[in-house]
Design a protein around this ligand. Structure first.
Ligand code: ATP
Length: 824
């Protein structure tokens, strides 16, 4: 596999890698039963952050403290990592609700992190054990990288012998010895590098990617003015994840990553590619260099050297930007905040349910589902990647990184080529495919279309772009999109094709059929929200009346509301979520220095409460009101009471999020008035309807890269249906498909790309309210309440029943070949 060759790559042999699911611990550590308030009253736990910091650590610490308090535990914040543990008491702070207030979006870690050589020695660990035993802390959540977790594993293994020695030396009492006989440890990986095997994402990676993409977007504008080439160096140590994901999301001309060294004569090939881009009229180039980039002999490839090659050979004004620690800083992305909340809460629960024989484990995320990962195996597998690279076994290293890493790399290589690599011979049928946007704009749709167009071009298909949805189609607003015409589309917000909120029925089937016939469209991709979904249903149901509709009809869900059935996520919802969270941060900050104030923020989403709920979790809201979870006036009054109670302490701000359709009568205005009246003398209230800001913004890395995946998969499905339909069909004969499986929604469920027939989704859809009947994120609602100090019954998200775990693994293994993906 190379970034440049145009030859067809031989099919790779996959060496079996340990599927993450098989790293799962489900040995009864947790019973999966609902947990109640104060269920673990009297227990003690400690939390610390260690190694390099990362954004999202604070959100995690906040969740650990608050979930711990909810369960009735004493929670200690251990400052300065292992060093703080060794230095003792002064670093142990009893956590309170207020001590973790206002930190959810803050980068870094408020409890400090350190590298501690002393802890590597037994003498250091002895001191740490003494201090923990004295404070009665024998449950620990360790947040850090593989070093931190390796240290924790060793600590647990040695614990008994350390306590024996301390007792013998009279450094602890018999009572302290007995009370702390067992040490329970749960790890959470906090690292921007995403280099830990067994979890799809580590806490901080998403935020670091946000920083990188913000920087590249900013640099592109100045590079354009001066026709410069920028060599961007990004972090990641020996892992190329950040460089790869950033390369995909920014359409970089070239990436250097440690796992995939370039060919020996890469200097020539790189220059040829950059030159070609310039000849094609591009005014700038972006080259991304991972800090650990090497050639195939293991020699570092430095940004300086890359710059020298480009500037000396091409005489292009070339500059280096080393992003450095900027990537570790700044606000935490919505994804990292939610990840921190989910994993932090699960870690507390797992600790409370641990027993003497429980092995140390890590709470990770696999297919958008928190899971247990045995610490030792995961650390070993992580180290195996480094070993493979040291032995120049790069293919193995890539495989060990996981299937999704491989797919991302393949995708980058394919999409970044200078021109389409035609993979079919001339005798194959080359289809004409139509693509349109429907519904309100959602960031990331242009990325879907770029991906679809380039994948189609690479197999010789023609893509016709339809402007302004069905209206544009019947008015003849149709133009061909080629490989080159979609250059730069990935990072552009809004819809470049234009979109209309009018479904097929409203335009009229006869007109649509005539237009499809006129333009000889043999497959139609509809990128959009509920209108796109319903249009696929409408056209499919009219197949008996119009042969023109007997073509593959594929919907890629793209709407900020995230309300299209058939997918856990739709394109655009992550960007909207981040916009809302940023606005909430600003709103909260605006009250700094003012008197006590409660803000009510109204979000979009139609009847779907996704944005209100997840933004509530990510912005640390006190409550969020949604249509799916009916509430009464008594609930609102109770929330006012709770806010008043909270305001008696140091807290000065309250944040409530309300979905626009949460309740017909309890409008934002009504609720603001009610808050003002009931909060009189304690707090004032303000309402903010944030409106269309939520549909704007440049797409986040998540939406850009999910867009690439969806566009690619939509094309694959469309061509698969067409190839089946045209088998043995004379070239000029019209395509005639009417199979229900030729009308599909492309979606992501857990860690799989799935294609679901719209007919199978009918039962799952609440058409009146434009909602899927089952929504995965509703499981997170109790967590929002608990972290906002409300009563709720929390149910672990971790699958613990053997049959669920087996089904998950089987399900994944079956489809592993093509459709296994991670969200990012
Ligand atoms: P990052 O990914 O940001 O580097 P990390 O947790 O891997 O995070 P390290 O510096 O490797 O960072 O480890 C952090 C701390 O964990 C060390 O300073 C040391 O105190 C402890 N530690 C690491 N490895 C071990 C080990 N093998 N034995 C005991 N303690 C260890």
């Amino acid at each position: 596999m190379s970034q440049n060759s145009n030859e067809q790559e031989p099919k790779r042999e996959r060496t079996p890698s340990t599927p993450c699911g098989k790293l799962r611990v489900h040995n009864g550590v947790q019973e999966g039963k609902p947990v109640d308030k104060n269920q673990f009253a009297g227990r003690t736990l400690g939390v610390f952050t260690s190694g390099g910091d990362s954004q999202g650590m604070n959100a995690t610490v906040r969740a650990i403290v608050r979930m711990g308090l909810y369960l009735g535990c004493k929670v200690y914040l251990i400052h300065e990592g292992y060093q703080g543990m060794i230095d003792g008491e002064k670093n142990f702070q009893l956590g309170s609700w207020a001590s973790v207030s206002g930190i959810v979006g803050l980068g870094g870690t408020i409890i400090g992190s350190a590298r501690c050589p002393e802890f590597r020695e037994r003498s250091g660990r002895l001191k740490a054990a003494r201090n923990l035993a004295k404070a009665g802390i024998n449950n620990l959540v360790c947040i850090g990288g593989d070093g931190t977790l390796t240290g924790a594993d060793l600590f647990k293994k040695e614990w008994n012998s350390l306590l024996d020695e301390l007792l013998e030396k009279n450094e602890i009492t018999k009572d302290e010895y007995e009370k702390n006989k067992y040490l329970n440890i749960v790890g959470i990986v906090g690292s921007i590098d995403n280099d830990f095997c067994g979890t799809d994402m580590t806490i901080g990676t998403s935020s670091a990617l946000h920083r990188i993409i913000e920087a590249i977007d900013a640099i592109v504008t100045t590079a354009f003015s001066h026709q410069r080439c920028f060599v961007m160096e990004v972090m990641g140590r020996h892992c190329g994840y950040l460089a790869l994901a950033a390369g995909l999301a920014s359409e970089a001309d070239w990436i250097f990553i440690p796992e995939h060294p370039p060919e020996p004569d890469w200097e020539n090939i790189l220059c040829k590619r950059l030159q070609y881009h310039r000849l094609a009229g591009h005014r700038l180039n972006i080259v991304i260099v991972a800090e650990g980039a090497i050639d195939n002999q293991g020699n570092p490839i430095t940004s300086e050297y890359v710059k020298k090659v480009i500037s000396s050979r091409l005489k292009i004004d070339t500059r280096i930007t080393i992003l450095g620690h900027v990537q570790r800083g700044g606000a935490t992305s919505a994804y990292d905040r939610v990840l921190g909340a989910r994993l932090g809460s699960e870690a507390v629960l797992a600790l409370m349910m641990s027993h003497n024989e429980s092995p140390p484990f890590v709470i990770g995320i696999n297919g958008n589902q928190p899971c247990y990962i045995p610490l030792v195996e995961a650390v070993e597998r992580t180290k195996a990647v480094a070993k493979a690279m040291a032995a120049f076994e790069f293919k193995k290293a890539i495989e060990l990184r996981g299937a999704s890493f491989e797919r991302n790399l393949e995708s980058y290589i394919k999409m970044s080529k200078l021109q389409p690599k035609i993979l079919v011979d001339d005798s194959s049928r080359h289809y004409t495919l139509g693509v349109m946007n429907l519904g309100a704009p959602a960031a990331g749709v242009n990325s879907v279309i770029r991906s679809f167009v380039r994948q189609a071009a690479s197999i010789g298909c023609t893509v016709l772009a339809i402007q302004d949805g069905f209206e544009g189609l019947v008015s003849g607003l149709v133009k061909e999109l080629e490989w080159k015409s979609v250059y730069g589309w990935t990072g552009i917000g809004g819809s470049l094709l234009g979109c209309q909120r009018i479904d097929a029925k409203k335009i009229g089937y006869t007109h649509i059929a005539a237009a499809l016939k006129k333009f000889k469209i043999e497959g139609l991709l509809l990128v959009g929200g509920f209108e796109a979904y319903t249009s696929v249903i409408q056209l499919s149901e009219q197949r008996k009346n119009f042969q023109e509709f007997c073509i593959p009809l594929i919907c890629v869900p793209a709407t900020i509301s995230n309300n299209v059935p058939g997918s856990d996520f739709s394109i655009g919802c992550d960007t909207a979520l981040n916009e809302i969270v940023t606005i909430c941060d600003k709103i909260k900050q605006s009250a700094l220095g003012s008197k006590r104030r409660v803000f009510l923020v109204e979000t979009m989403g139609g009847y779907c409460g996704y944005l209100a709920s997840v933004a509530g979790l990510a912005s640390g809201a006190d409550q969020s009101y949604i249509f799916e979870e009916p509430f009464t006036i008594n609930d609102i009054v109770e929330d006012v009471r709770l806010l008043k109670e909270k305001m008696k302490s140091d807290l000065k701000r309250g944040l409530l999020i309300r979905n626009e359709m949460a309740n017909k009568h309890y409008t934002s205005e009504f609720m603001q008035n009610l808050m003002c009246e009931e909060g009189k003398g304690v707090f004032s209230a303000r309402a903010n309807i944030i409106g269309h800001m939520q549909q704007g913004g440049v797409p986040t890395p998540f939406d850009r890269n999910l867009g690439i995946k969806f566009g690619n998969k939509a094309l694959i499905k469309m061509v698969e249906i067409l190839n089946k339909a045209t088998e043995g069909l004379p070239v000029n004969e019209r395509i005639n498909v009417s199979d229900p499986n030729s009308s599909v929604v492309v979606g992501i469920r857990r860690n799989q790309i799935v294609y679901t027939s719209v007919f199978d989704l009918l039962e799952e859809t609440d058409f009146e309210h434009r909602l899927p009947k089952k929504q995965w994120w509703l499981n997170m609602r109790p967590l929002i309440r608990i972290l906002g100090k409300h009563e709720a019954v929390y149910k672990s998200e971790v699958m613990t029943k053997d049959e669920d775990v087996e089904e998950f693994i089987e399900d994944r293994d079956e489809k592993e070949d093509e459709n296994l993906v991670t969200l990012y």
